[in-house]
Design a protein around this ligand. Structure first.
Ligand code: ADP
Ligand code: ZN
Ligand code: ZN
Length: 834
């Protein structure tokens, strides 16, 4: 009986396909990759399961070609998870899985020309050396084409005819040359084929040689280098590692060990073996944290509800609303202990681990090498190693950023989402998923406990708690009873402008910084924008300097001496001339963290300053170095972006300044108020976490805005009530659901026309009463990476009918989308309209 496999292929197909196993082939387990034929190509496929024999599929079922993995990359219980994602986000199933797996695994295919069996039989290898004989299948036109070819092309054709195939690069050369027409007609005659070949993926399992001493007496007569090597080996081998010592470790301390190792192995005095090596994901180890002796009363209360749920092993979603510094991390650690004790695994999501996080240090201190780390800042090889460890069940705790939601844990019993409100949980390209939502989904599919935690929960999650969809847990007190800091607002409208531009530092903030410095305390200065100046204006005609590829102004980065586009990474010389009047007189307007640092250096020359943003901390090591200096109080004032706001515990920081608190309020976005509140609260939470009281200064142009006012009063409840009634009136989430249909293309006209067609289709679609269709309109960033952008917003009160419309548009898109002239993407539950 033939075994049939259900396979999702890494191609834009919405359904899975069926392949068979030949009798000599092993049926592959769920979660491994196999190579399969798809049309004339060969592609990667992911095994989803075995299928009943009789299933009618409307095409000839072909056998798979070969296995690509020695172990599954995901457990069978993730198949329903992937199916749900494909369905909900309207994304091809195979591509969902491809994106979920660590990058660099997919075989790259290249095209090679080869003679078909017919071609071999009928085309004379010496075709070009003589007049074609009468029996050759060569038309007059082809002969003419042949006669016109240059020497290089003749040579390539000769190679093809004599060897039967060409390398990928030679094939490309020929297909681009004057011989293109000839090859094309041979292809149509079935004499020549263009085949996909596969080059191996960039990432492989890494192995290293290990040594172990053999038992038994040491012979008397040994060379000096041999006995020295043996002695070292005995010293280095630890009982915990079954006596295994990496060869590298030995040769590092003793150069002469290399030859001696070989000799000793052949004498049977040591044992050589190869083992899989894990590339160290930590780079630099995070700091150590001791386990506290006792829990706070609130931690006890909260754990009294979480632990039984974890132990019971049923789906159980919690929202943990705990003020900054209330000790949420300790709650996670204890809940994790319970899950491990039940033999289940733990997944911890944090907003941006690309560099590092304090949580990682806490977990590492408590659980050591049970931990696997997954984040985008890791080298692909290291990520792959971690992935394999997790899939084999060797790392029962996974800590990672957004994409770690796909970690192949065999049996997660606890899924934690820290700072659950953070926008970083939303993936903003290709598969636009929300990892926090997926965490709850995965927990529900696995019978796991989910803990969403934040000091400032998202309006949606808090609403879910109010509706009893999540169980609400509250922690209101900071550990050690440090009070929340005092927050003062500085109205920037009332601050005098200096030389025509508003100051970055109001007199109040500058005085605060000076005072704090004099008192020997640390300060944080926060602005969510990097670079020196983000607006360059021509002094003569007022034109702005824009990215040539995007409708976005370039930002001056003085340190790098470059102008950068923050959207497409375009770089330009730092001394531009006006594109419209050619004037070299360019004014540097707008500001970023780099300018803050420079102004502070001038104003407070005695202060020890540091800056933390994506420019100063490109590597994890840079980031950890700055954090360490901050902890050791070798920095007086730390200037930075979001990066300094997230999750750090700096006990000696007593002043926090927000340079422009309401920057986000100018965006056309229903979440602007919520975001602004969260940001202020988060930054505020960095102050006064030690023994000294904290003070926060917020500079704002809209000091009366409710988001700013409620953040000042630490009033989450007030913010929530205000937002939820606004959303209800304006019909926004969580009351309505949104899908943003985005169009982009190289032609502005074609893209607009396509968006309009799509809008017309949506409006004429059946179930109108539950839906509202807004637009199309140009996107807020109207051009990005050369492409013009439009969007159409679908709003619905009934999710299934909204999803049905999206499904309809995805499967019957306007012709320009089918012809690949316009790209259409669906953003389900969009987080921003940009
Ligand atoms: P949150 O994540 O809620 O903002 P943290 O988990 O960072 O707060 O905790 C704040 C500080 O309190 C940390 O330094 C942590 O080590 C400490 N802490 C937490 N729980 C306890 C406890 N039970 N006893 C003593 N210190 C604690
Ligand atoms: Zn000009
Ligand atoms: Zn750009």
């Amino acid at each position: 009986m033939t075994i049939h496999l259900e396979v999702a292929v890494a191609a834009p197909l919405f359904q899975s396909l069926t392949y068979s196993c030949r009798t000599d082939q092993e049926p592959p387990p769920v979660g491994v990759r196999i190579l399969v034929p798809l049309g004339r190509q060969r592609v990667t496929g992911y095994v989803l399961g075995q299928q009943p024999e009789a299933k009618e599929c409307g095409y000839t079922i072909r056998p798979y070609l070969r296995l690509l993995d020695d172990q599954p990359l995901f457990p069978a219980n993730m198949v329903p998870f992937f199916r749900w994602l494909a369905d909900y986000y309207h994304f091809p199933l195979g591509e969902v899985i491809k994106l979920a797996l660590p990058g660099g695994l997919t075989l790259r295919s290249r095209k090679e020309l080869a003679l078909s069996p017919e071609g071999r039989a009928s085309l004379d290898p010496d075709l070009l050396q003589q007049q074609p004989a009468a029996d050759q299948p060569i038309s007059a036109r082809q002969q003419k084409n042949l006669a016109q070819l240059g020497e290089a092309e003749r040579q390539l054709i000769n190679d093809l005819l004599s060897k039967g195939s060409l390398s990928a690069s030679a094939s490309q050369g020929l297909l681009r040359s004057g011989a293109k027409g000839l090859i094309g007609s041979w292809q149509r005659q079935g004499l020549v084929t263009l085949e996909e070949t596969l080059t191996p993926p960039a990432i492989k399992v890494k192995r290293e040689w290990c040594l172990a001493p053999c038992h038994g007496p040491r012979p008397e007569k040994l060379k000096k280098s041999q006995s020295k090597t043996l002695t070292l080996l005995h010293e280095l081998s630890q009982p915990g590692q079954q006596g295994q010592v990496p060869r590298r470790d030995l040769t590092k301390v003793y150069k002469g060990a290399g030859p001696a190792i070989k000799e000793l192995a052949s004498l049977g005095l040591l044992h050589l073996s190869e083992r899989e090596l894990f590339r160290d994901p930590f780079g630099e180890r995070p700091p150590f944290f001791a386990k506290p002796e006792t829990l706070t009363a609130e931690q006890e209360e909260v754990l009294a509800r979480i632990k039984p749920a974890v132990a019971e092993g049923k789906f159980s979603p919690f929202l943990l609303h705990g003020v900054t510094g209330s000790g949420k991390t300790e709650v996670f650690l204890r809940a994790a202990e319970t899950a491990l004790a039940k033999g289940r695994s733990v997944l911890v999501l944090v907003p941006e681990i690309a560099l590092a996080s304090q949580i990682e240090g806490h977990f590492f201190s408590r659980f050591g090498d049970k931990i696997a780390i997954l984040h985008s800042g890791m080298a692909a090889g290291a990520r792959f190693d971690q992935w394999r460890r997790i899939a084999r069940g060797e790392a029962p705790i996974v800590i990672g950023a957004r994409s770690a939601i796909f970690a192949p844990l065999p049996d997660p019993g606890l899924i934690i989402v820290d700072e659950e409100h953070d926008p970083a949980y939303k993936q903003e390209d290709s598969l636009r998923y929300q990892a926090r939502d997926l965490a709850v989904l995965r927990a529900s599919q696995q019978g796991a406990t989910a803990i969403l935690a934040s000091a400032t929960p998202s309006v949606t999650s808090f609403h879910n708690a109010q509706q009893d969809k999540y169980k609400l847990l509250t922690m209101t007190k900071r550990v050690g009873a440090h009070p929340l800091p005092q927050v003062e607002i500085v109205d920037l409208k009332g601050v005098k402008t200096v030389s025509g531009r508003p100051p970055l530092f109001s007199p109040q903030l500058m005085a605060g910084l000076k005072e704090n410095l004099a008192a020997g305390n640390q300060s944080l200065v926060f602005l969510n924008r990097r670079g020196f100046a983000n607006l360059l204006l021509c002094a003569d005609c007022g034109e702005t300097i824009k990215c040539p590829h995007c409708a976005i102004t370039l930002t001056l980065h003085k340190g790098k001496n470059r102008l950068l586009c923050h959207y497409c990474d375009h770089q330009a010389a730092s001394k531009p001339i006006c594109p419209s009047c050619r004037s070299p007189r360019i004014k540097e307007m707008g500001f970023g963290t780099e300018r803050l640092e420079e102004e502070l250096r001038t104003a407070l020359p005695e202060a020890r300053l540091a800056r933390l943003d994506r420019d100063t901390a490109t590597k994890r090591a840079d980031f950890l170095a700055i954090l360490k200096k901050m902890h050791k109080q070798e920095i007086d004032i730390l200037v930075g972006t979001q990066m300094i706001a997230k999750g750090h515990h700096f006990p000696h920081v007593t002043l926090v300044g927000l340079v422009w608190a309401d920057a986000g309020l100018s965006f056309p976005d229903f979440k602007a108020g919520e975001r602004t509140f969260q940001l202020i609260a988060q930054v505020t939470g960095r102050a006064g976490r030690g023994d000294k009281a904290g003070r926060v200064l917020i500079q704002s142009y809209q000091p009366d805005h409710y988001a700013v006012q409620m953040a000042r009063a630490h009033d989450f409840q007030g913010l929530y009530e205000r937002e939820i009634s606004l959303r209800q009136t304006l019909r926004y989430p969580p009351f309505a659901r949104l899908i943003n249909v985005k169009f982009s293309g190289l032609s502005e006209e074609a893209t607009r026309a396509c968006a309009e067609q799509c809008a017309a289709m949506a409006r004429s679609w059946g179930q109108q009463k539950e839906l509202e269709i807004l637009g199309p309109a140009p996107a807020p960033i109207a051009r990005l990476r050369e492409r013009f952008r439009f969007q159409l917003l679908l709003k619905g009160w009934h999710l299934p009918s909204l999803q049905a419309l999206a499904h309809h548009l995805r499967h019957q898109p306007p012709p320009a989308v089918r012809q690949d002239k316009v790209r259409m993407t669906l953003d389900v539950d969009p987080d921003t309209m940009l």
